[in-house]
Design a protein around this ligand. Structure first.
Ligand code: MG
Length: 393
């Protein structure tokens, strides 16, 4: 490395994780949040700080296209592919900075802490005047107890801290610490630094600098960001006729029957109605627009993919599915014995809990085409929460 590093301060944004605990199908750093994505907010927070000279993201090898969307138009160093663990990903990022001429200081930041503020970054950088490393942290204010089902032990909370990111370091010192680190996974870079003998200062963190992990964290973050949300409902209706066969697909479940349903795909009338309901709530047309029956690739296709597509659109729009309700209309087969399996399958396909789904059935008292046993009809309603107009990513 040259004696004078190329950069003063580089921000390394770690975004290689697969975190899906937040639901919605996408890794959480790529989920929409109040008109942007989590990663884009983190990248902009770092790039927008006046002391930061360059920003480099570490990403998962599968996420190149997602990254390109989140980074569009931002002035960043090319992203680096991370490793199997966070520690390996950080090391890959540090080595990439070294290969590009090095830095005086590095800020290592978790992409999921996308509401980091400039004052927190200032405090971390300020401490690096005297210390090798510095981390933002908040004192533990809740009482701490250890136990499984009952309290077994009390823990003195004095002197205990909740540690956040960005964690700042003198670049050559933390690079050496990562190169020296053993294979045992550390949960943060301060641990790697201390294991290598570096002094790490505690500076004041921020309650807003929360790590978005679970679905509820996104709702809290939307509230903190003042994101206005609205409720949207959509209706769906579908019919398929009976033909020769020995089973039907209903709400993603195979149900034995004296006939099959005729259709271009697997003819799952329940999933078709529900897909239309979700698309309707999104204001994004209907299933035929997205999966044209004239397209041979959908011949015999499992309708799972149609509903998963609609659910993915909800996540991309920064929304969530609050509830779905499906009514199957037929004399036969009997739906009741399969109802729980159908709710479970819907919850899997939509990434929501089974309590947010309902499947019910009715006959038409032997009237009409369903009454004559000529086919099955389905109605569905989907209730979504979406960001207000004008806030699309
Ligand atoms: Mg259909």
């Amino acid at each position: 490395m040259a004696s004078t590093p190329r950069f003063g301060v580089v921000a390394l944004v770690v975004a290689a994780g697969r975190g899906r605990r937040a639901g919605g199908g996408l890794p959480k750093q790529y989920r929409a949040l109040a008109g942007s994505t989590v990663l884009r907010r983190s990248l902009k927070a770092m790039r927008g700080h006046p002391a930061v000279d360059a920003v480099l993201a570490v990403i998962h090898p599968d996420d190149s296209a997602l990254y390109a969307q989140s980074a569009a138009g931002l002035d960043l160093l090319p992203p680096v592919v991370g490793g199997a663990t966070r520690q390996q990903s950080v090391k890959a990022g540090l080595e990439a900075i070294a290969a590009q001429g090095g830095a005086n200081l590095v800020l290592i930041h978790d992409a999921a802490r996308c509401m980091v503020d400039a004052a927190t970054i200032d405090r971390v950088l300020g401490a690096l005047v005297t210390d090798d490393g510095a981390v933002p942290a908040l004192p533990v204010v809740d009482s701490l107890r250890r136990g499984v089902e009952r309290i077994e032990d009390s823990i003195d909370r004095s002197g205990l801290w909740r540690v956040q990111t960005p964690q700042g370091f003198r670049f050559t010192a933390i690079l050496a610490a990562h190169r020296d680190a053993d294979a045992q996974e550390a949960t943060d870079d301060a641990e790697i630094a201390r294991a290598d003998g570096l002094a790490v200062a505690l500076v004041e963190g921020s309650e807003r600098n929360m790590k978005l992990t679970r679905a509820n964290d996104f709702q809290l973050a939307e509230a903190l960001l003042g994101q206005a949300m609205r409720t949207a409902c959509g209706l769906g209706f579908d019919v398929h006729a009976f033909g020769p066969g020995d089973h039907v697909w209903l709400c993603g479940v195979r149900v034995p029957h004296s006939h099959a349903l005729v259709g271009h795909s697997d003819a799952d009338v329940g999933l078709h109605a529900l897909t239309d309901a979700v698309l309707g709530a999104l204001g994004e047309g209907d299933i035929g627009q997205h999966f044209p029956p004239s397209d041979p690739q959908w011949r015999g296709a499992s309708s799972d993919r149609f509903l998963a597509f609609a659910a993915g659109r909800v996540a991309e729009r920064g929304g969530r599915i609050d509830h779905v309700d499906v009514t199957l209309i037929c004399e036969q087969p009997k739906v009741g014995p399969h109802r729980d399996a159908m709710r479970l399958r819907l919850s899997e396909l939509l990434g929501i809990s089974p309590e947010r789904t309902n499947v019910k059935a009715t006959t038409t008292e032997r009237l009409g085409f369903t009454g004559r046993g000529e086919g099955i009809a389905a109605q569905a309603m989907a209730t979504l929460t979406l960001p207000c107009e004008g806030d699309r990513p």
